[in-house]
Ligand binder design. Structure first.
Ligand code: ZN
Length: 69
């Protein structure tokens, strides 16, 4: 695998769906992005290649272990 072809995305947990939508609107027209709606989680995930960030309302188990809810 050529390492130059790899992009590292930063995981960003966002509590509210509307806040993810705001980020999607801000990146729209500027960045290449994908937005995914998960019916199972009732969650929105934005993958932005410009910001190199994954913004999601899905909390990972990793996050759960480090965050005291
Ligand atoms: Zn962006």
């Amino acid at each position: 695998m050529n390492i130059n072809n790899m992009i590292t995305f930063e995981y960003q947990y966002i509590k509210k769906q509307e806040d993810v939508r705001k980020h999607i609107q801000e990146c729209e027209g500027k960045h290449t992005q994908q937005a995914i709606y998960s019916t199972f989680h009732d969650a929105i995930t934005q993958i932005c290649y410009g910001c190199k960030k994954i913004r999601t309302t899905i909390i990972t188990t990793e996050q759960l272990n480090t965050t005291h809810l």
